[in-house]
Design a protein around this ligand. Structure first.
Ligand SMILES: [Fe+2]
Ligand SMILES: [Fe+2]
Length: 369
């Protein structure tokens, strides 16, 4: 992110249509939206998701005779979430100059830390692993350090969107198993209300994380479509779950998760990739790749806007613009409630590069809060 310009120098939204936003102006607008979203997110998190990994669940009531496959999955969830301090410190380093994003990353880390502790409690109270075994396992995990999957902020932001959705899906499917809904022969008849509540509680957090990062990617997609679509293409071409190369018994975990119907390549394609695409106005993987290819085929000359024109036809920019506007309405409402709006309001500024369009059908998307 480039240097931050003072709010007094912000474009007002009444600029001339012919004038394009500079990268610095775009960065400032994205930064302001992140800050507003972070404030809204934090108050929401404290009001609605302020649970405790020890006290919010009846751990003594957790089943101690669960199928061994379920314990293997819980152990894997615990292992992945165990790297929360690494995830947080690495991502924080990347966005340290941004108030909204760096403070959010701390809040996010504090939520991921609860996930690690809750899954560890689940493994412990299942009584399928001894406290000593858990301590040694944790030591093995901690002997390795997780590092960023990509070198730059935009790729890591995009990666996190897919990762949060995939994690949410894993936990929702575990919740279904614990609610007795599995049709897999080795899991039929298993039920555990405590485990179902744990999985559901954590899945709700993951959904909130997904939404935050999704809003971030929408902002980038709106102001920087080309580089954001490139990042999406690069991320999906090499997506794997975080820490999959660090957890010592990953193969066994992955196999068990797959056989339990919790997560696999088909789930990624149908319930992760396609969901993210839909939320970003991207029709499909092929359209994404074709769109990027088309923009590359256009020769660019100084002052030529042909390349920019090609990018707008590769995704539903009307939908994205509607979503970015709705995000700003949400932030404005929050700022009015607090009083920020009287001093220093966050305002939506149109990207003049976006072609004019008919209102998108999906405006009023119910997934939006
Ligand atoms: Fe998590
Ligand atoms: Fe998360």
């Amino acid at each position: 992110m480039s240097a931050i310009i003072p709010p007094s120098a912000l474009p007002t939204g009444r600029r001339q249509p012919a004038g394009l936003l500079s990268n610095q102006e775009k960065d400032t607008l994205i930064e302001r939206a992140f800050l507003g979203l972070y404030r809204w997110y934090t108050s929401r998190s404290q009001e609605t998701r302020n649970w405790n990994a020890d006290k919010s669940f009846e751990w003594r009531q957790l089943r101690t005779d669960m199928p061994k496959e379920v314990t293997t999955i819980l152990q894997g969830f615990f292992a992945v979430e165990q790297y929360a301090p690494d995830y947080t410190s690495e991502l924080l380093r990347l966005v340290r100059a941004s108030h909204g994003r760096s403070h959010f990353q701390l809040r996010w880390g504090s939520e991921e830390e609860k996930h690690a502790d809750a899954w560890e409690n689940a493994v412990l109270f299942s009584r399928q692993r001894s406290p000593q075994w858990i301590a040694e396992y944790k030591e093995r995990l901690k002997s390795q350090q997780w590092t960023l999957p990509f070198p730059d902020a935009i790729h890591n932001l995009v990666y996190t969107v897919f990762q949060e959705r995939a994690t949410q899906l894993n936990y929702l499917n575990m919740m279904n198993i614990a609610q007795g809904k599995s049709t897999k022969p080795h899991l039929v008849g298993f039920q555990d209300p405590v485990l179902a509540k744990v999985a559901q509680t954590i899945a709700v957090d993951e959904a909130a994380h997904y939404n935050f990062f999704l809003e971030g990617v929408r902002l980038y997609l709106y102001y920087y479509p080309q580089k954001t679509l490139e990042a999406i293409k690069n991320v999906i071409s090499q997506f794997s779950m975080p820490a999959s190369h660090l957890v010592p018994d990953w193969e066994q975990f992955y196999e068990t998760v797959y056989r339990a119907g919790v997560y696999g390549p088909r789930d990624f394609s149908r319930d992760v990739m396609q969901v993210v695409f839909r939320n970003l106005g991207i029709e499909g993987r092929k359209q994404l790749e074709d769109g990027i290819k088309a923009t590359r085929e256009v020769p660019t000359f100084e002052g030529d806007s042909t390349q920019q024109t090609a990018i707008w036809s590769s995704f539903d920019y009307g939908l994205v613009e509607g979503d970015v506007k709705r995000l700003h309405v949400k932030i404005e409402k929050y700022e009015q409630e607090i009083g920020f709006s009287e001093l220093d309001p966050t305002e939506f500024v149109e990207n003049p590069e976006v072609p004019s369009h008919a209102p998108s059908e999906s405006e009023g998307d119910p997934e939006h809060e």
